[in-house]
Design a protein around this ligand. Structure first.
Ligand SMILES: Nc1ccn([C@@H]2O[C@H](COP(=O)(O)OP(=O)(O)OP(=O)(O)O)[C@@H](O)[C@H]2O)c(=O)n1
Ligand SMILES: C[C@](O)(CO)[C@H](O)COP(=O)(O)O
Length: 238
């Protein structure tokens, strides 16, 4: 039977979020974002081990109790998200090629356990894997900046457009090889699926909850606090 591992890329510096510390240490309902994100994964008994990928200069992670859990190991990250994910994967020396690895951004603290289970179930018989996603709702415009400002270039048909979320779940050996190939080709991918797609595969898309937001800009923190209290009211988390 295949085992499930997780890699949590947490080596980013949060340029778009701003402030004087990385966004994973911003406080959300009394706890740093990293504590929420890790706890959501630790609550899933299916996951045997989590590789937490941190920036080399990170001195705050060690102070977070979820980081000290025996199922969590710390790994040094790289310059791009894909380098950090690869470092996490390569640290999982106990994983076999046909085991599964869930990659989940530390910046997504509101992951619902049921979404992970749906992703796991949907991919169970799959040779490749898949990711959580949700559909684009708004009318989409292609923009172009010119001498008279920002203008509409075209209206892009929204049918079939999806937002890629995490977790993204792939076979360990396939994901490792896909990321190594992207790196060897000098291609920077912003998610695991893109690396897998480059090899000609078509990852499965599993509809995920819209509250699984990524904290990217500072105002996302207030939105996350709102969704967290709504999840509590629904009994989705403690
Ligand atoms: N070299 C990097 C860059 C990003 N990440 C992680 O990848 C996830 C998604 O990246 P993003 O939201 O872009 O985070 P940051 O890189 O921190 O933000 P920014 O791009 O605004 O600097 C985050 O959990 C981040 O910590 C990482 O582990 N290693
Ligand atoms: C992986 C990801 O979270 C999918 O939404 C995302 O691609 C990573 O960060 P970015 O904001 O797209 O750079």
């Amino acid at each position: 039977m295949s085992a499930y591992f997780a890699v949590v890329p947490a080596a980013g510096i949060g340029t778009r979020f701003g402030g004087n510390q990385a966004k994973q240490y911003a406080i959300l309902d009394g706890q740093p974002v990293i504590a929420h994100s890790l706890q959501r994964l630790l609550d899933l008994d299916e996951i045997s081990h989590i590789a937490l990928v941190l920036a080399a200069h990170d001195e705050q992670a060690a102070l977070v109790s979820a980081v000290q859990n025996a199922r969590v190991s710390r790994v040094a990250g790289g310059a791009e998200r894909m380098d950090s994910v690869l470092a996490g994967l390569l640290s999982l020396t106990q994983a076999r090629d046909d085991d599964w690895v869930l990659v989940h951004d530390v910046a997504r603290p509101l992951l619902r356990p049921n979404d992970v289970r749906e992703l796991i179930n949907a991919c169970a018989q799959d040779d490749v894997g898949g990711l959580l996603a949700h559909d684009v709702r708004d009318t989409m415009k292609q923009s172009r900046a010119n001498s008279v400002g920002l203008r509409v270039e075209a209206t892009v048909p929204r049918a079939g457009l999806m937002h890629a979320l995490t977790p993204q779940l792939f076979r360990y050996g396939l994901l490792r090889d896909a990321l190594l190939a992207a790196r060897a080709d000098g291609v920077v991918v912003t998610d695991e699926s893109a690396a897998i797609e480059r090899l000609g595969h078509r990852p499965r898309l599993v509809l995920g909850a819209r509250d699984n937001i990524k904290i990217t800009y500072a105002d996302d923190l207030a939105l996350a606090a709102f969704y967290l209290s709504a999840q509590r009211a629904q009994g989705i988390c403690s």
